[in-house]
Design a protein around this ligand. Structure first.
Ligand code: ADP
Length: 447
């Protein structure tokens, strides 16, 4: 401030001096006063011009192109320029933060949609747009009620309390391809609301599967239990001859055996679902496993051989297994192989043919296949027979001691070992069940 005052005074003195010497000596004071006034006017004009240039810069130009000034206006310009730069930096940082925040919401597996107090869409992420069938570019600022017309949602929207969620059919919902979306509103700010959307199709499906599973298990256990209870009552209340007692006890043991097999299969399935995938660390000699499978198959075949009539022709054929090991779980693989062999033997009538083979392929894979000349399976059942408790012929399955879980176990085991189960069948001619073990699970021993 002092320097500004001093320059002002100095310019007045210079003006007065110049005015005084510019005129003759007798007009000394008039000249000095005129010079003083002119220099004061000049000083103010210059100051005004500098002030106006700063104002113009503030109004029309960015922080970078500040006019170079000296004195007080120079310091004012510098200070403003620094403040503007700081403000720009802060703006950039908060824009970046906002961008990161929006990207995080975009990456969310749930849909997020913001509504203003009039139910207009202010912002939404791609997931919400996909769930609700909204086109972001077109539908921003539109009324949500006009875009999502589900009556349940309309009722929910106009309800003031949003403690619970509402479930509606998704945009791609079809009767054979259900899509269920859960929506829940959370109020915030002044009349604004956050709408969260979630695809709950898989959750609903697995809940339905769980319910079906419990119902199936209960049903499967209830049947032999009822039979058992009936026999117990008969044995308790009726005077029976020894042969009759023997007969009833035999039937009771059969039912108990059936329940035991069912529980065993259920435990196997739950172990398969709950345990980690078989590693590549445990190597099992393929030939030893094959021999166990063959022994089990032959034992079952002779057990089921009818007293009269022709026996089944059961052929076991392996190639290339003597020099290789397989990575995986021995129990699981043996259970998958035995289930397929047991099915073929159980469903193929007397006199039929069962051919079991296990071959090391040139590609390094091992292919295990079971072919039979049994009743075959109609195409509409093939895609479903690996489902738990799915049977083509319920009574035939029970008759042969089936639980309806065998193929579900096989499929699970094969998938856990990185393989794939293929089923080919022609009704009246027979079936072929095969799976392969990928080459990375097969290890050739050096000769
Ligand atoms: P189950 O214990 O009833 O045999 P699975 O899961 O092993 O249960 O098989 C499911 C259904 O697939 C069986 O009930 C049967 O109808 C059919 N099936 C399985 N293997 C064969 C086969 N080799 N020949 C004909 N049908 C078969």
């Amino acid at each position: 401030m002092l320097s500004r005052f001093l320059t002002f005074v100095a310019s007045l003195l210079v003006g007065a001096f110049l005015g005084a010497i510019a005129l003759p000596e007798r007009l000394f004071w008039q000249g000095a006063c005129t010079g003083l006034l002119v220099s004061a006017l000049f000083w103010f004009c210059m100051d005004l011009i500098r002030g106006l240039s700063v104002l113009h810069w503030l109004q029309f130009e960015g922080a970078k192109d500040a006019p170079t000034q000296w004195g007080l206006w120079g310091r004012v310009t510098d200070r403003i320029r620094r403040l503007l730069r700081e403000r720009d930096r802060e703006n950039q940082a908060s824009a970046q933060r906002l961008q990161q925040f929006l990207s995080a919401i975009q990456a969310s597996p749930n849909g997020v949609l913001l509504l203003d107090a009039q139910d207009r869409i202010e912002w939404c992420n791609e997931m919400a747009a996909q769930h609700l069938g909204i086109e972001i570019a077109r539908d921003l600022a539109q009324l949500i009620g006009n875009l999502v017309r589900d009556p349940d949602f309309s009722a929910y929207l106009h309800r003031a309390q949003y403690e619970t969620e509402v479930v509606i059919a998704g945009r791609d919902h079809r009767p054979n391809h259900p899509v269920r979306i859960s929506l829940q509103m959370f109020p915030y700010g002044e009349g604004r609301r956050l709408l969260l959307t979630r695809d709950i199709t898989a959750i609903e499906q697995s809940e339905a599967m769980r319910r079906d599973f419990v119902a199936n298990v209960s049903h499967e256990i209830r049947t032999p239990l009822t039979v058992l209870a009936g026999f117990v009552e008969t044995l308790q209340n009726l005077p029976l001859s020894e042969p009759e007692r023997e007969k009833y006890l035999g039937l009771m043991s059969q039912q108990a055996q059936r329940m035991q097999t069912l529980v065993q299969d259920l435990l196997t399935l739950s172990r398969l679902e709950g345990s980690p995938l078989p590693t590549h660390q445990e190597w099992i000699p393929a030939l030893a496993m094959w021999h166990s499978c063959e022994a089990e198959g032959r034992a079952l075949s002779s057990l089921l051989k009818p007293p009269e009539g022709p026996a089944q022709d059961v052929v076991f054929e392996a190639s290339g297994l003597d020099a290789c090991e397989v990575a995986g779980s021995r129990t699981e693989l043996l259970s998958a192989m035995s289930n397929l062999v047991s099915n073929a033997i159980r469903y193929t009538p007397a006199g039929g043919r069962v051919h079991v083979s296990c071959q090391l392929q040139e590609s390094g894979q091992i292919v295990f296949a079971v072919e039979d000349s049994g009743p075959g399976i109609a195409p509409e059942h093939i895609s479903r027979i690996t489902e738990r408790f799915y049977r083509v012929d319920r009574s035939r399955s029970r008759e042969t001691g089936g639980t309806g879980l065998g193929l579900a176990i096989v499929k699970h085991v094969v998938q856990r070992h990185g393989g794939h189960l293929t089923i080919q069948s022609v009704v009246g001619q027979g079936s072929r069940f095969a799976f392969e073990l990928p080459a990375d699970r097969v290890h050739l021993l050096q000769p």
